[in-house]
Design a protein. Sequence first.
Length: 340
Amino acid sequence: MGETIKAVLVGCGGISDAWLGPISKRDDIEMVGLVDLNPEAAKVKGEKYSFNAQTGNDLAAMLEKTKPDVVFDCTIPEAHVDVVLTALKYGAHVLGEKPMADTMENARKMTAAAEAAGKIYAVIQNRRYLPQIIAVRDFIKSGKLGKLTTVQSNFFIGAHFGGFRAEMDHVLLLDMAIHTFDAARFLSGTDAEKVYCHEFNPSNSWYRTGASAVAIFEMTNDVVYTYQGSWCAEGCNTTWECDWRFICEKGSLLWDGRDSIRAEVVDDSNEFIKAEISVEVDFKELPEELAGHSGLIADFVEAVKTGTPPQTVCTDNIKSLAMVHAAIGSVEAGRKIDVE
Ligand SMILES: NC(=O)c1ccc[n+]([C@@H]2O[C@H](COP(=O)([O-])OP(=O)(O)OC[C@H]3O[C@@H](n4cnc5c(N)ncnc54)[C@H](O)[C@@H]3O)[C@@H](O)[C@H]2O)c1
């Protein structure tokens, strides 16, 4: 692999700016092609970032013409399977938007195709690349609060998107909760084993279905993780990163999803309520090029150059996706079910 990686990006909609901005600042990625079902959208992005890239609406033809090393997939969830399989079949490494796939069957096909092709397929989980989440993960892992027993996250945002989300089935679980479920695995260092989920569409919902959900996960290491979320909650919004509580055997940690991280341990007295002692949890800002989408793109480029898989490689990310699809399976079955 040379120093400059040739890339094609497919899906030139809203999120593609979070990719094309950082890519335009790197001198080791050459954008050779931009693809969208609407070729005008591809042209507009090419001009916006002054890429000397070809534009079109046919991915397979673009791959043959431009011979990229990597494909960036920013299409809608239902299109990810076709885009990723086409790119892997051609012989490119792929970094794609979340969620990995619309079904577990498709996710398994994609993982198997990446393994068979000997190529990296990794998924964007940009919330892992925040300084605060890394600090919380490291602090919980340090054991200063004792063993982790319970995790709770709240996600309440009134997001008026329109577009594909307004009509999508299980919109909150499939299009948003993947971020939170992946963060729960990342923060707790555990994986999900069982789930019970109740999904509903509040009376004011502007989504066709499934804008709110409550899920209880039984995780490995006896951790219980509770998720509450809504994409049609007006007022008092949480952050997109959620509001979190971690309960450990000797103390707790609260993170508001922004800069407030508060931890307390208790003393070893025999009082009815033990004294709570604050513990400082520091975090250092990440340089712009290592945060969010930029950080993931940087790790992916490094992985392509060195062959070392990035942390969001498909064989790991499928475990976060399995939480989404098991939650949906529980909604459909109306009972607690196993997470694959
Ligand atoms: N990581 C994040 O924080 C984050 C934030 C928003 C969206 N997303 C994800 O990004 C993806 C795209 O979301 P968006 O908000 O940009 O949607 P969007 O509707 O704004 O854009 C999607 C684009 O993909 C194109 N497209 C669809 N199917 C295609 C296909 N088969 N071939 C070529 N082009 C195709 C559409 O024409 C459209 O231009 C989704 O998977 C979404 O979940 C991630």
